[in-house]
Design a protein around this ligand. Structure first.
Ligand SMILES: Cc1cc2nc3c(=O)[nH]c(=O)nc-3n(C[C@H](O)[C@H](O)[C@H](O)COP(=O)(O)O)c2cc1C
Length: 369
């Protein structure tokens, strides 16, 4: 603690911080009044006004200004929050799930609180891809913040058709495939729980567009790694992990499930350990960037996701309690980098992963109930 205080004082007299931090410290050979500069691996040494580069590339030229995005379904189309949030300071916006035709969503009730989170079964209510293009893309095109359109469908041709209508439209910076939808061709099984189906839909969309392509993993599988690999092999530029966990709630009468749709998706802080585990496992088997999602409510969560290999995070459920949180996290991450003497958040990525390249996540040793 003493060393930390002394260093900050000395560095504050420097005109600018170098990219590679050095530390001014006393050494045994230096006189008590003298200092020498030696490279360091550790303590914080960056001036409070030094710019920190939080930008990160997700592939095909999609460069986020910072690694804090808002998650699909929790921030509308971005335009709704203009009065309360500095939208353009976000790292990216994933808009509400978009389908080929308009959807009115599931029957009510559609949401309920759960311990440490919520359960939702909105059912992809949205006006359909053509209306999304008409209503929002012109506004998005004028924003600095990249807008990634979350796409859902019930068949491969659904996904391809939606993406074809988004391809080349100014304001659409990328596509995020929500593959946690029933695959009609496979009798209602989700694309996200089957490696072949996940790979097929990714490959089909990849053939259709050169837009940056993210594919969103589901945590509702026994082993996510083969699915992540299939998606990466099929040409995705990045993965997002995770979508909600399947759950139900019981009506107060205890005579039926609470949600009109019976099943809903659990989100919020309660799912963070699961999301971290998925990112940790996937980061060890693919080379493409991973965006972590699940229960981010504070800076420590962002740092945790980075540590297990995510290059960026999305904030979802927490936005309902505080829409200004994501922008605040950007500022806090900047501060956390400076406090560690870093001029970028990249050194914080993957620090909790096993060191051996190619090592699996302790296969056989990880917790498997
Ligand atoms: C109300 C609500 C609606 C959502 N809608 C979508 C959606 O349309 N598409 C999608 O891929 N994910 C959707 N999600 C999942 C979130 O994007 C996110 O993956 C999940 O909530 C976990 O993050 P969190 O714990 O920070 O909320 C939705 C989540 C909530 C709570």
């Amino acid at each position: 603690m003493r060393a930390r205080r002394r260093v900050v004082t000395l560095r504050e007299t420097r005109p600018a911080a170098p990219r590679r931090p050095t530390i001014a410290r006393r050494t045994a050979s230096a006189p008590a009044s003298g200092v020498e500069r030696v490279p360091i691996a550790g303590p914080p040494v960056i001036r409070a006004d030094t710019p920190v580069d939080l930008s990160i590339e997700l592939g095909r030229g999609l460069v986020l200004p910072n690694p804090v995005l808002v998650a699909s379904g929790t921030f509308g189309y971005g335009v709704e929050y203009g009065e309360v949030v500095e939208v353009e300071r976000l790292g990216g916006i994933c808009c509400k799930g978009t389908t080929l035709r308009p959807r009115i969503g599931n029957v009510t009730p559609r949401v309920t609180e759960t311990p440490g989170g919520m359960l939702n079964s909105i059912g992809l209510q949205n006006p359909g891809v053509d209306a999304v293009v008409d209503r929002y893309t012109a506004t998005w095109a004028g924003w600095r913040v990249p807008v990634i359109v979350n796409v859902a469908g019930e068949s491969v041709s659904d996904y391809v058709e939606v993406v074809s209508r988004l391809d080349g439209v100014p304001g659409v910076a990328g596509i995020e495939l929500n593959i946690s939808c029933p695959n009609v061709g496979k009798g209602g099984m989700q694309f996200a729980i089957d490696a072949d189906a996940a790979g097929s839909v990714t490959a089909a969309v990849r053939r259709m567009t050169d837009l940056p392509l993210l594919v969103k993993l589901s945590p509702n599988v026994a082993d996510v790694r083969p699915i992540a690999r299939a998606i990466a092999d099929a040409g995705a530029d990045a993965l997002t992990a995770v979508n909600t966990l399947s759950g139900i709630a019981v009506a107060p009468s205890r005579t039926r499930p609470l949600l009109g749709n019976v099943y809903g998706g659990v989100s919020g802080p309660a799912i963070k350990p699961i999301a971290l585990r998925v990112v940790y496992e996937v980061a060890q088997v693919v080379d493409i960037p991973i965006v972590g999602i699940g229960g981010v409510t504070e800076l420590a969560d962002v740092l945790d996701f980075l540590a297990v290999g995510a290059v960026a995070v999305q904030v979802g459920t927490a936005i309902f309690a505080d829409p200004t949180l994501p922008v605040r996290l950007v500022d806090e991450l900047t501060g956390a980098c400076r406090a560690r003497g870093l001029d970028s958040h990249r050194p914080l990525i993957g620090t909790a992963l096993p060191r051996r390249t190619g090592a699996s996540s302790a296969k056989g040793a990880e917790y498997r109930p």
